[in-house]
Design a protein around this ligand. Structure first.
Ligand code: C2O
Length: 552
């Protein structure tokens, strides 16, 4: 194992897309940002200098941060943001994970342009549990706004309405040829050789949309999700939610000289509201060694994939049901079999009343809100982890420890909504003793329409032991849980009009954020935190904060 050192200068850069130039926040002037490489077991040190005008913090999405919670990064949860002109060194170790993760800003909407891949290779000499690909290619799906994204969310929060939707999706920062004012220079191209195998390291870095992804005439074999191996399976199209990653193998055909195929991504959503219903395309092009096809190739059609309907919820359910952890001797599944604490959380949208009745731009003159068990989480003005470590109790007001384990007023979650959909504000956490085994059922509510919510848990991987449509039934559904080889991951879609059940062991002391990875839902309050206490052994305690930890 070695220590991988990176220097991240956060600074502004001018970038042109869709015929418009804007100043965006970047790392080292790159968009998307630089790739971080490590082998499983390595230490990572990222020295961040903030030369931008924004308060910035960076999160290493999916890195477990075992005993290194000070490096996790969500602003006001584990750290105060790095102020303009400030610096902070993120120090952590990669353990028990192999595949693709990613890093992104974790304050306001800065992750719109501040993101990059994390590539975790197996330890030296350890092979993949599948035939090694000839080449590996990171493929980041993103979202692009013509306007400044900080202005977009600021306006939405001021008016109470929904934010402007994006103007394009991107592959590795490029919108591709299907948009106006986006030419071949703005198109991601993957040049392939006949007969070779490519591993695409897919990352959904979009702010607000789950995406379908497909490559015309090629199947994709899924081998890894969220940096954990799965039992391989082949599909034409995969679905990937914001926050999720997936490694897929693509076998180039034996002879296709000069042939070109679109790879495309476009949203999966069943919301009634406005969303960006456009398609990003990149081009997979076969080498043409003889040059014979070159002259004709511009006249040849580029084949396009057929993606599912935009609201094809059953496609998504069938896809996610295929995901199984490898559960082999070398990579066993360690699903908690006995459970110490059970939780049932509703997740969904709701409303806050407007200061002057009927004057906001949300539903019926209200303000949009989003909540878990009716609590819309409010970020504190200091970091929860710092307050916890300093031993402050709830009485001095940084957080309360009474986050409800169950909804305060149960109702038919997938039927007509109750009359009062107002949600309460709060900065509440659940406290878990070290080592607690947790089962958590996440239930979508239909208060403002059923919607899929990609829930992300920091600090842990969890097993997805069950999912279903309708109301979760505690009397019958647990009997069908998969406790043998459920997929293990860090971000799971709560199905629209349905539920998902996860299990994890609280073996990582610290404060761990859990939130919807649709950025607008997080802005509206669909988030909460788990506070995991120290265990009694020395290696079960959160170390003290690093001396350069930013202060609020
Ligand atoms: Cu990918 Cu809390 O984040």
């Amino acid at each position: 194992a070695e220590t991988r050192k990176y220097q991240f200068d956060v600074r502004m850069a001018s970038v042109t897309r869709l015929c418009g130039t804007k100043s965006i926040v970047t790392v080292n002037g790159q968009f998307p940002g630089p790739t971080l490489f490590a082998r499983e077991g390595d230490r990572v040190e990222v020295a961040v200098v903030n030369r931008s005008p924004y308060n910035v913090s960076l999160h290493w999405h999916g890195v477990r941060q075992l005993l290194s919670g000070w490096a996790d990064g969500p602003a006001y949860i584990t750290q105060c943001p790095i102020p303009s002109g400030g610096r902070y060194v993120y120090r952590y170790r990669i353990a028990g994970q192999r595949g693709t993760l990613w890093w992104h800003a974790h304050v306001s909407w800065l992750r719109a342009t501040l993101y990059g891949p994390i590539i975790i290779l197996p330890p030296a000499g350890v092979p993949y549990p599948f035939p090694a690909p000839d080449e590996e290619v990171p493929l980041m799906l993103g979202e692009w706004w013509r306007n400044d994204t900080e202005a977009v969310i600021a306006r939405a929060l001021r008016t109470g309405g929904g934010p402007d939707v994006s103007d394009a999706y991107t592959i590795n920062g490029l919108p591709g040829p299907l948009y106006n004012c986006s030419g071949s220079r703005d198109t991601f191209r993957l040049r392939v050789r006949p007969g070779r195998t490519y591993m695409l390291r897919l990352i959904n870095a979009a702010l607000n949309d789950e995406l379908f992804f497909s490559v015309a005439n090629h199947t994709l074999t899924v081998v890894d999700v969220d940096a954990l191996y799965v039992k391989p399976f082949a599909v034409d199209t995969l679905v990937i939610a914001p926050g999720q990653t997936s490694n897929v193998l693509l076998a180039a055909k034996p002879a296709y000289p000069g042939a070109r195929f679109y790879m495309e991504a476009r949203p999966y959503t069943n919301t009634q509201g406005t969303f960006d219903n456009t398609t990003v395309a990149g081009i997979l092009e076969y080498e043409d060694p003889s040059g014979a096809a070159a002259a004709a190739s511009n006249q040849l059609p580029i084949f396009a994939p057929t993606l599912p309907q935009i609201n094809d919820t059953s496609f998504v359910a069938n896809y996610t049901a295929k995901l199984r952890s490898l559960a082999s001797a070398a990579y066993p599944a360690a699903v908690p079999q006995s459970i110490d604490r059970r939780f049932f959380f509703t997740v969904g949208l709701g409303t806050h009343p407007c200061a002057v009745n009927g004057t906001c731009q949300g539903p019926n003159g209200s303000r949009f809100a989003a909540s878990i068990n009716n609590v819309s989480f409010v970020l504190p003005t200091t970091a929860l982890l710092q307050a916890h470590f300093a031993g402050r109790s709830k009485s001095n007001g940084v957080y309360a420890t009474d986050f409800p384990a169950f909804p305060l007023v149960p109702f038919n979650y997938t039927g007509p909504p109750p009359n009062n959909t107002n949600v309460m504000n709060g900065t509440k956490v659940v406290v878990l003793p070290f080592g607690t085994t947790v089962e958590l059922v996440l239930q979508d509510t239909s208060i403002l329409g059923a919607e899929s919510h990609p829930l992300h848990l920091h600090g842990f991987n969890f097993y997805v032991v069950g999912q279903g449509f309708g109301n979760f039934d505690p009397a019958t559904d647990p009997a069908r849980f998969n406790l043998a080889d459920p997929v293990e991951r860090n971000t799971v879609g709560v199905p629209a009009g349905g539920w998902v059940a996860i299990r994890f062991r609280a073996d990582n002391p610290g404060v761990w954020f859990m939130h919807c990875h649709l950025e607008v839902h997080m802005s509206w309050g669909l988030k909460m935190a788990w506070l995991v206490l120290d265990g009694s052994l020395p290696n079960q305690k959160l170390p003290p904060p690093p001396s350069d930890l930013p202060q609020c």
